[in-house]
Design a protein around this ligand. Structure first.
Ligand code: PBG
Length: 322
């Protein structure tokens, strides 16, 4: 059958029909809310490039978690701004580090709420790179040991899941081994598997003050021209023991999300990153788009591409709309 007998508009006639045939839906279960934690008390510093997002001290983090919990959001992912940054990022793997303290505090107040921690050195190193630096090189193997220590100390603090985001080769295996050898064989790994060297991380780097002090991240994060390589990264992370794989950023990489979902039978997460958030907020602020609708459309498109869940700064706003 063809036009004029066949008319696809029949099923778009009204909202009730559209609801019946809608293929994809968003739910509050799909969101993980990223939070930025910093030392101090009563500290709430707005992040200028991410309207509505803040650097928060632990007391405020607790409030945010309670609010997210009430909205039905399953969990948060934590990023830390340490007291002090140094060459080796030592606060990253200190049991007294900002993340470790935040996790313990959240778990004390809301033991069931899901706490995921970002495992990476860039927020903690004075040079802003995600690994150990020698000259102008970012060393792979010496970094693995530090990442494993960091993940282990997060698990010891009570983290429900750890998320390595550094893009060193072999980090998932190193983290898995450290967890397994120390009694945390039940702690899942959410691997940032296909993480691209993206300009869309700009606002995040302002948020955690982690812009690299020299060079860029292209020797470890992926070339954004490559999709086959993304599948190789995912395959390797699965072999090394990842429980969930992630594609990051989300919107410019919907093709990658879709291919990963088709190729592998493992849950796929997508990170709707800071720049994606900032673009919608900025255009909405200028009155150039309807921010709420653009938010819902973006999040839905990430699900339609195949993501099982989304890390997004829109989590609370979207949850309120659902
Ligand atoms: C690295 C990390 C980054 C983001 C999450 N983890 C930044 C980077 O690689 O420079 C970016 C998240 C965002 O832009 O929202 N620890």
């Amino acid at each position: 059958m063809n036009f004029p007998q066949l008319r696809l508009r029949r099923l778009r006639k009204n909202e009730r029909i559209r609801r019946l045939v809608r293929e994809t839906s968003l739910s509050v279960d799909d969101f993980i809310y990223p939070l930025f934690v910093r030392p101090g008390k009563g500290v709430k510093i707005p992040i200028s490039s991410m309207v509505g997002q803040f650097q928060l001290s632990i007391d405020h983090i607790i409030e945010e978690v309670e609010e997210a919990d009430v909205l039905g959001i399953p969990g948060v992912i934590l990023f830390g701004i340490p007291e002090r940054k140094d060459e080796m990022g030592s606060e990253a793997y200190s049991d007294d580090g900002i993340i470790q303290r935040a996790v313990r505090a959240i778990k004390e107040e809301s033991p069931d709420f899901l706490v995921i921690t970002d495992v990476c050195l860039c927020e903690y190193t004075s040079h802003g790179h995600c690994g150990v630096v020698e000259g102008d090189q970012i060393l792979n193997d010496p970094t693995l040991e530090l990442l494993a220590k960091q993940a282990l100390s997060h698990a010891r603090a009570g983290a429900d899941m750890v998320a390595p985001s550094d893009m060193m080769d072999g980090r998932v295996a190193a983290v898995r081994k450290a967890l397994d050898e120390n009694g945390y064989s039940e702690t899942p790994i959410l691997a940032y598997s296909a993480k691209f060297a993206s300009s869309f991380y700009g606002p995040f780097r302002e948020a955690v003050e982690s812009a690299p002090q020299f060079g860029d991240r292209k020797s470890y994060q992926m070339d954004f021209a490559n999709a086959h390589e993304a599948l190789r990264e995912v395959r390797l992370d699965i072999q090394e023991g990842a429980d969930i794989v992630m594609v990051k950023p989300a919107l410019p990489y919907l093709d990658v999300i879709s291919r990963v979902k088709d190729e592998f039978d493992i849950p796929v997460a997508a990170y709707n990153v800071s720049g994606e958030y900032a673009m919608i907020k900025a255009a909405a602020h200028l009155g150039w788009i309807d921010g709420e609708r653009a938010m819902m459309e973006s999040l839905l498109s990430i699900k339609r591409a195949g993501a099982d869940f989304i890390l997004t700064y829109f989590a609370k706003e979207a949850a309120k709309r659902l």
